[in-house]
Design a protein around this ligand. Structure first.
Ligand code: FE
Length: 209
């Protein structure tokens, strides 16, 4: 049985509003690397000597430590690119909040602008990611910050809006100006794509219960 992860085919032929095609192309290469390493690590784990496992160092221990980095790196980038701009030439409007997700945001944060203020603060605070997640603990939305792919992830929560704030996500276009990059991210955010995740998991039916 072949359980290999297959990289999704993200492509941005043109610049997005405030994000250059070159920046996005280089960033996609990093994503592809995480898919490759996820497969490689999981393959090596099968063959590794489990009797060497300990919390300081061994081959199997390092594989286990880095597996979560690679797999979360893969998943978070898939969410990020999946809702960035129109994936293909089409009619989907970007940057305009809407759908069930907007209603859920307004319910949990009071207003879209209050949520955005908190989300931007999360993005300026984190060293890796700002994630609007639906958490099954309380059936509500939370903006969680993560300092690395596998540092700060919260179990039992589904990422809905995923903002990459690693320097590689914006330095080529923005230098140190993370704030303007974050504004561009929200200009290009495809809310329809984020809403598809809500509907796929029927989160709007569970929300607030
Ligand atoms: Fe990234």
């Amino acid at each position: 049985m072949n359980n290999e992860y297959v990289p999704e085919d993200f492509k941005f032929d043109k610049d997005l509003d405030g994000l250059s095609a070159r920046l996005l192309a280089e960033h996609i290469k990093l994503y592809q690397g995480y898919v490759k390493k996820s497969n490689e690590i999981q393959e090596k784990i099968k063959a590794a000597d489990k009797s060497e496992a300990n919390a300081s160092y061994s081959y199997i221990s390092e594989l286990k430590r880095q597996e979560t980095f690679a797999v979360n790196g893969m998943k978070l980038h898939e969410a990020y690119f999946g809702h960035l701009g129109p994936a293909k030439e089409g009619t989907e409007q970007t940057g305009v909040p809407g759908g069930e997700l907007l209603k859920m945001i307004e319910g949990d944060f009071g207003s879209q602008s209050a949520w955005l203020e908190d989300m931007v603060a999360t993005g300026l605070s984190a060293r890796g990611w700002a994630v609007l997640a639906y958490d099954f603990k309380d059936n509500r939305l939370h903006n969680y910050g993560a300092d690395a792919h596998n540092v700060g992830a919260v179990w039992g929560a589904i990422p809905l809006i995923v903002l990459d704030v690693y320097e590689h996500a914006y330095f080529m276009d923005y230098g140190v100006n993370r704030k303007d990059y974050i504004s561009s991210f929200f200009k290009n955010l495809n809310w329809e794509a984020a809403n598809r995740v809500v509907h796929h998991h029927e989160l709007h039916k569970k929300h607030g219960r």
